[in-house]
Design a protein around this ligand. Structure first.
Ligand code: IMP
Ligand code: MG
Length: 178
């Protein structure tokens, strides 16, 4: 692999934390009809591991959002690239995100989902970068707080690359790789 990557959270630490989050969700949502909404594409590995750590009859849906276009800076411009397959009215919704950075993407998403009349909405994010946050958003289930560095791996990408790294790494390069 390239020297532009420096390991930040290894696979064992990710797994251990995800198991803890799954146990907390299992406890809190017992007896409730909960749908986990994964935000594509960054959620893929986190969601796949998280749902295996939840011991409840959950359902899963996906929402495709795009906020960055091949850069490491938030533009604040969010676009729905694919929508949910089922209505969420009357359901307990748990949004599963890879990372909350400025919070702009999550604000947009919460406002959008709220109009669909769910019974409740909570957020589960693997990562949070407090230093860069512009919109304070309550993250009920948080994996890790990380410094204001651009990270890749475990689902997160730079210009669609490195999602398949089994660990989380800091991206030390300038922009997307050639
Ligand atoms: P926000 O709107 O600034 O909170 O950005 C949220 C979205 O930007 C996340 O869902 C990610 O898709 C992307 N993002 C933010 N920081 C990183 C990072 O360090 N690596 C990869 N993607 C990131
Ligand atoms: Mg994302």
């Amino acid at each position: 692999m390239t020297s532009n990557l420096e390991s930040l959270i290894d696979a064992e630490a990710l797994h251990a934390r995800v198991v803890e989050l799954g146990a907390a969700i299992t406890r809190d949502y017992a007896g409730k009809d909960v749908v986990l909404i994964g935000v594509l594409k960054g959620c893929i590995l986190f969601l796949a591991d998280l749902i295996r750590a939840i011991d409840l009859p959950i359902s899963v849906d996906f929402l495709g959002l795009s906020s960055y276009a091949g850069t490491t800076q938030s533009t604040g411009v969010v676009r729905i690239t694919s929508d949910l397959t089922r209505p969420i009215d009357g359901k307990h919704v748990l949004v599963v995100e890879d990372i909350v950075d400025t919070g702009l993407t999550m604000l947009y998403l919460l406002e959008n989902l709220q109009t669909r009349n769910p019974k409740s909405i909570k957020i589960c994010s693997l990562l949070y970068k407090p230093e860069n946050n512009k919109i304070p958003i309550g993250i009920e289930y948080l994996g890790f707080e990380i410094p204001n560095k651009f990270v890749v791996g475990y689902g997160l990408d730079i210009d669609e690359r490195y999602r398949n790294l089994p660990y989380l790494a800091e991206w030390k390069g300038s922009g997307a790789e050639e």
